[in-house]
Write a protein that binds this ligand. Structure first.
Ligand SMILES: Cc1cc2nc3c(=O)[nH]c(=O)nc-3n(C[C@H](O)[C@H](O)[C@H](O)COP(=O)(O)O)c2cc1C
Length: 232
């Protein structure tokens, strides 16, 4: 199987960004089946719908949209600004989401890491971002969650993770990326489409509430055991 191409979108433009350092550390630790890189977003002009409607999108938007279309999945690594995501990240998301019906995000698996020097690890930004991902139809890795706090103490003078943090971080990254990879496999297999169809046939109803239903297609491939879904 060829390596899955993962875009690591970093929500900070700061030269000494903790988020960028985390993103770089994660790229170094990525498993062989993933090839990850950081597409730039700081050069994107503010999104203005008129430019798409008039058929004159900014050249930077077009380049970004074309580049993003080539990735299999997206890992967001973002700071928290005023309990939400930085404008530069939201702008990149908006640019990629239009023109209407041509979103480059649609269907791409995603994972979110938030990083902050603060104690709560950018929880607010992490979940604000997830709200957008729902609308963008990006299946998002649920576990492990990654709210990295105390980021100012994680790096040495060379911008590398300190040894203790490397160990802890390495474990977390392995769990995170190994979670993202099955998400990719699921998404790309036709079995997943069958499973989605099965789910959509299960109409929520009073008599079905609380019951579990097997999904006939093995969502992780033909050899995996069937999983079930539950209506609540
Ligand atoms: C405009 C602005 C708003 C911020 N709001 C928050 C916040 O809501 N929560 C938080 O934990 N840190 C907040 N911070 C501090 C950032 O977490 C800190 O600047 C961090 O280093 C930014 O990430 P970076 O190092 O990747 O650039 C804010 C910083 C700025 C500049």
């Amino acid at each position: 199987m060829s390596a899955k191409q993962v875009a690591v979108i970093v929500g900070s433009l700061r030269k000494e960004s903790f988020n960028r350092k985390v993103a770089n550390a994660l790229i170094e630790l990525a498993p062989q089946e993933m090839s990850a890189e950081i597409p730039a977003i700081g050069q994107l002009p503010h999104y203005n719908q008129d430019d798409d409607d008039n058929g004159r999108p900014a050249a930077e938007w077009t380049t970004f949209r074309q580049r993003m279309a080539g990735f299999d999945a997206v890992l967001f690594v973002t700071p928290e600004y005023n309990r939400s995501v930085p404008g530069v990240l939201k702008n990149a998301i908006d640019v990629g989401s239009r023109p209407y019906g041509k979103s480059i995000w649609s269907g791409k698996p995603a994972a979110v890491i938030s990083v902050s020097p603060g104690a709560i690890g950018g929880f607010g930004a992490n979940h604000h971002l997830r709200q957008s991902l729902v609308f963008l139809d990006m299946p998002c890795l649920q576990q492990p969650e990654a709210y990295i706090g105390g980021a100012a103490k994680m790096f040495n003078d060379q911008g590398k993770l300190t040894s203790d943090d490397t160990r802890v971080f390495g474990n977390s990254c392995t769990r995170l990326t190994s979670g993202l990879t099955p998400t990719l496999v699921r998404r790309s297999s036709s079995a997943a489409l069958d499973a989605r169809a099965s789910i959509s046939r299960l109409k929520p109803s009073v008599e079905n509430r609380g019951r579990s239903f097997p999904i006939s297609a093995g969502i992780n491939g033909p050899k995996s055991s069937p999983i079930s879904t539950r209506i609540d």
